[in-house]
Ligand binder design. Structure first.
Ligand SMILES: Nc1ncnc2c1ncn2[C@@H]1O[C@H](COP(=O)(O)OP(=O)(O)OP(=O)(O)O)[C@@H](O)[C@H]1O
Length: 350
């Protein structure tokens, strides 16, 4: 029977020159999952990917692949392949030979190689480009060749380290859709690294938010966006109003000098908390109906909505609204209990 967990990282620690960069990391990656490590530069995403690939050995903990412990197993003996940001293609070989390379190493018969490479080029939308030189391709096309080359040996897991980082925005968005389609067509596990939150939310079945070598939250894009585990995740994923507050008792929190009903419980009475409110969850109402009131300071038209900054109760509130307002106008704002996300204060490191 196929193991549902393809990769398991257990109590992993990693160091460079004696400095710890991954700390007691635990993660199970499921078969056929599109999983993304997301976090700011230096948080340990690439190192975690390299541990799975066998390029970095952890100083503590175990790596399992399909139920077998594989610590110390060299990269080429793992059923894993990697696509890097820079494509590392062979410049002296054409598209066909770049993709065929892994099969030639295996001494596969020529007719089989031909068939497999053609199928793979079709999958990445490069049929007809067989004889092109690498330097005659656009960045996006080169990245497709790199993906085809990484997939031709049918790895069980494909590791992708910021593979679209060198592409311009429009091409990156097209390639995001392409990659998702390829992953679904082949039904293999993709482990993806990015520091672009929108990219992570668009493509992934599950997002792992990292900071300082630790996992802060693991969940579906919807979980991460709607129920961020703490203020850092909320701030990193999308835009937020983050306000210091005090929990009075279960379901009652005070912030901006006002008491609000919320849906959160289990805090100590008078515990200091962070309150996160998404800009699209604030409703603008006539001033006399507002629990919070403020002055419109700034309005930016964003196409789908207006981004409105309102000062009031000692805070600058960011609001996304489909209705515009007047700069200088006084307005009211309301929040419903499920728009208010109460979070434990994070202990700060460094
Ligand atoms: N080869 C190395 N030698 C020494 N320190 C390293 C090495 N590679 C990474 N580091 C350090 O380890 C930490 C984690 O780096 P890592 O590359 O895993 O982060 P990342 O989240 O992938 O960052 P980025 O998004 O910038 O690639 C950083 O502090 C980095 O400076």
């Amino acid at each position: 029977m196929m193991n549902d967990i393809i990769v398991s990282l257990q109590n992993i620690a990693a160091e460079y020159d004696g400095e710890r960069v991954i700390d007691n990391l635990n993660l199970d990656i499921r078969n056929e999952e599109f999983i993304t490590f997301l976090g700011p530069s230096g948080c340990g995403k690439t190192t975690t990917l390299r541990i799975i690939g066998g390029f970095v050995n952890p100083v503590a903990g175990d790596v399992f692949f399909d139920g077998k412990r594989i610590n110390g197993l060299p990269p080429y003996q793992r059923h894993v392949n990697t696509v890097f940001q820079r494509y590392a293609l062979f410049p002296h070989l054409n598209v066909f030979e770049n993709v065929a390379f892994g099969l030639r190493l295996k001494k596969m018969p020529a007719d089989q190689i031909h068939k497999k490479v053609q199928n793979m080029l079709e999958l990445v939308n490069l049929s007809g480009f067989e004889n092109r030189n690498i330097n005659q391709l656009s960045g996006g096309q080169q990245q497709r060749v790199a993906i085809a080359r990484a997939l031709i040996n049918e790895p069980k897991v494909l590791l992708l380290d910021e593979p679209l980082g060198a592409l311009d925005l429009k091409l990156r968005k097209d390639m995001q859709i392409e990659l998702k389609r390829i992953q679904q067509a082949l039904k293999i596990t993709f482990v993806y690294v990015t520091h672009d939150q929108e990219e992570a939310l668009t493509m992934s079945d599950r997002v792992i938010v990292m900071r300082n070598g630790k996992i802060l939250q693991s969940g579906t894009p919807q979980d991460i966006y709607n129920e961020p585990a703490n203020a850092f995740v909320a701030d990193f994923i999308g835009e937020s109003n983050i306000i210091s507050g005090v929990m009075h008792k279960d379901y009652l929190v005070e912030f901006a000098g006002v008491l609000f009903q919320c849906e959160d419980a289990g805090f100590t009475p008078m515990e200091a908390v962070d309150v996160v409110v998404r800009p699209e969850d604030i409703d603008v109402v006539p001033i006399e109906q507002g629990k919070i009131t403020g002055r419109v300071e700034d309005i930016i038209f964003k196409g789908v909505h207006y981004e409105i900054t309102v000062s009031g109760h000692g805070f600058n509130w960011l609001i996304h609204s489909t209705d515009s307002q007047q700069v200088g106008e006084m307005i009211g704002m309301t929040l419903t209990p499920n728009d208010i996300h109460v979070m434990r204060k994070m202990e700060e490191k460094k």
